[in-house]
Design a protein around this ligand. Structure first.
Ligand code: KG4
Ligand code: ZN
Length: 335
């Protein structure tokens, strides 16, 4: 079964073809970074308009790259939520129209399930059960995963998501959009032990996160009369976020008595986080898994893969369902 995957939940248009037998055949991506950079953040209306313009040429491009024709696609999987309503609508209308005209199935995929399953695009896939730290621009979740669709949320952020904290802090430090990768790059030149910042909620039991206080602490340091070097502040901030994420991940592994940790979502591209996850799992005689860099942030491949798994189990979405901008992972059916 060959599945065309369409991702359009935020500021990236991603298309991919995943073959249930042969794996990923091809993927293409258009990032809207340049479009939104001028405004310092994503402008939803501009995002939707750009998706509409990119979807058809990118569909043609991914088919050509895959070496297959339109008629060989067996199903279309698209991101149905969570995300920006207009952006989701663009991808879902494209997917549904294509499926209807080709007489094939369509399936609305949960964006965070796409991220969660993205490490399965690699040769060595994580074995169930595992703990997944899902860290993106919109979500920070610790999830126990027993099978595809069998998800128990163990903890989540009560305010900013980890990526959002990176982005907002970077913006206030005067770094360009998107802040996360820029802050991480600057951090490479700094001393991560130079500035003392809090580790939010580590002294409390439980697996929830909070990042808004850390963001404020970093800004307060920045604005103080003896303001630290920017690179030192970036490195110290990055270290505080990563140590907090990993401390809670370790707590989740201990609680669930597991040794496999999966990290995915945009922030899993962060080198300090990836190295820290490796170290943590080695200490516990386990293993950390994460996607290759290009599949940490939004992409069509993870949607095609998640769609292929659910379509193979017989799931489809009727023409009546369009999008779900708000959607909990725990509402998904087990397959
Ligand atoms: O998963 P994603 O592409 O989109 C959402 O679903 O939100 O994640 C984007 C987030 C942004 O907040 C971005 O700043 C962050 O991931 N990010 C990073 C890095 N690369 C991307 N944060 C820290 N370090 C990075 N290297
Ligand atoms: Zn995402």
């Amino acid at each position: 079964m060959k599945v065309l995957g369409i991702e359009s939940s935020c500021d990236e248009t991603g298309l991919a073809v995943y073959d249930a037998q042969r794996g990923l055949l091809a993927h293409v991506l258009h990032s809207q970074v340049d479009l939104h950079a001028l405004y310092g953040g994503v402008v939803p209306e501009l995002a939707s308009r750009d998706h509409i313009q990119r979807l058809i040429p990118l569909t043609e491009a991914v088919l050509e790259k895959s070496g297959i024709s339109m008629g060989e696609i067996d199903a279309v999987a698209y991101t149905a939520g969570p995300g920006l309503a207009g952006a989701l609508m663009a991808g879902s209308v494209m997917a549904r129209s294509l499926a209807w005209s080709l007489g094939i199935k369509a399936l609305g995929v949960h964006h965070m399930e796409g991220h969660l399953l993205a490490p399965m695009l690699e040769d060595e896939v994580p074995p169930f059960p595992f703990v997944c730290l899902l860290v993106s621009g919109g979500h920070t979740l610790l999830v126990r995963v027993d099978a595809v669709g069998q998800y128990r949320v163990l903890g989540e952020s009560i305010d900013d998501a980890a990526g959002e904290a990176f982005d907002k802090t970077a913006k206030m430090l005067g770094l360009p959009y998107p802040g996360g990768p820029h802050l991480a790059k600057l951090a490479l030149e700094g001393d991560a032990y130079a500035v003392d910042l809090p580790r939010p909620m580590l002294n409390r039991p439980g697996l929830d996160f909070s990042f808004s206080g850390l963001k404020t602490a970093a800004i307060t340091q920045f604005r103080s009369s003896h303001s630290p070097k920017l690179a030192d502040l970036a490195a110290s901030f990055e270290r505080a976020v990563v140590e907090t994420l990993l401390a809670k991940s370790e707590r989740a592994l201990k609680q669930e008595n597991l040794n496999t940790l999966v990290i995915s979502g945009g922030v899993s591209a962060n080198t300090r986080l990836r190295d820290g996850a490796d170290e943590l799992c080695q200490k516990r005689a386990g293993k950390a898994y994460y996607p290759r860099l290009e599949f940490c942030t939004d992409n069509g491949a993870m949607i095609a893969l998640a769609g292929a798994k659910r379509l193979a189990a017989g799931e489809t979405t009727g023409l009546e369902l369009s999008i779900r901008p708000r959607w909990s992972l725990e509402q998904l059916p087990v397959i």
